[in-house]
Design a protein around this ligand. Structure first.
Ligand SMILES: [Zn+2]
Length: 308
């Protein structure tokens, strides 16, 4: 058993305006950092409308597809852009998450990392947001529940921004537990501890601006990891954003590479105890190119170690 890296060159065709933090170079840096590692490299297939409809209405999918410009870039909101190729890039991101679930469920690999963009965890049911078009992590969870018949899937989101989209898509899903840690307050403004889901199936861990690995360790050790163990997941999906890193320009947490490694190790340990090690990790944010590359590598190295 091993670890899969699922990606596609089409994810480099989603182009944002000069100076936009969610840039093509992010994925190039991640792939370069992972190049020396022993991984099973798989191509991300494009998600079909039927796949995407597990989490978004058909009218929304058509609206996004129809918004793609023939040339140049257009804004869906102040942050979220599309270029020629964006729809296919987003389809590959969603398709990678599905492919990853299939790969771990069939025991082709122990765990998988999806290196794709645009990211997904801010996309709500009918609203693109925060650089995101489709909810890849929530889709992975829904697909695992409905297609593979799993009883319980956990999604753990350690991106520095609240996973409002994933929370929206899983709010009413009693078979899913959504755990999200985020700097709070910070854009998008949601993610307070009082937001707990329709079935008490959401756990938000607000972290104070300026806090670092020690505070993260405490929040996860005291709240998230015990809750995750009690849930007894059949699969753990990780929304892996690396913008809680101390060098990231979009937020003020002070995590280091080894903090991402520790957290990944703990999640993989629970997966090993409870679900044969099944972990599907999807790339979300991370906007300092060197910090993104280093922390993504630290994350994937732990997945590899756990996959041996
Ligand atoms: Zn983020």
């Amino acid at each position: 058993m091993t670890t899969a890296l699922i990606s596609h060159a089409d994810c480099l065709e989603h182009v944002t305006p000069e100076g936009h933090p969610e840039q093509v170079a992010r994925l190039e840096h991640v792939l370069h950092a992972l190049a020396p590692l022993h991984l099973l490299r798989l191509s991300a297939p494009p998600a079909s409308d039927e796949d995407l409809a597990r989490v978004h209405p058909q009218a929304y999918i058509a609206r996004i597809a129809g918004a793609e410009p023939a040339e140049g870039e257009i804004a869906l909101d102040g942050d979220t852009w599309m270029s020629p190729g964006s729809m296919m890039a987003a389809r590959r991101g969603a398709g990678a998450a599905i492919r990853a679930v299939d790969a771990v469920m069939s025991r082709e690999v122990r765990n998988a990392f999806c290196a794709t963009r645009p990211p997904g965890h801010h996309a709500e049911r009918e609203t693109p947001m925060g650089f995101c078009l489709f909810g890849n992590a929530a889709l992975a969870a829904k697909y695992a529940l409905d297609h593979h018949g799993l009883e319980r899937v956990a999604v753990v989101d350690f991106d520095v921004h609240h996973g409002n989209g994933t929370q929206d898509l899983l709010w009413d899903e009693p078979r899913a537990l959504f755990i999200s840690s985020q700097q709070y307050p910070l854009w998008p403004g949601t993610g307070a501890a009082t937001e707990r889901g329709a079935h008490d199936n959401v756990l938000n861990l607000p972290l104070a601006p300026g806090s670092g690995g020690t505070e993260m360790y405490r929040a996860y050790t005291e709240q998230a990891l015990p809750r995750l163990r009690d849930f007894r997941p059949d699969l753990i999906v990780i929304s892996a954003g690396f913008d809680a890193h101390q060098d990231d320009p979009l937020a003020q947490l002070k995590w280091k590479d080894q903090d991402f490694a520790w957290l990944t190790r703990e999640l993989c340990r629970i997966a090993a105890d409870q679900c044969e090690g099944r972990v599907v990790s999807v790339l979300e944010g991370g906007y300092d190119l060197a910090a993104l590359a280093g922390s993504a590598r630290a994350h994937v190295e732990e997945l590899i170690e756990a996959g041996k």
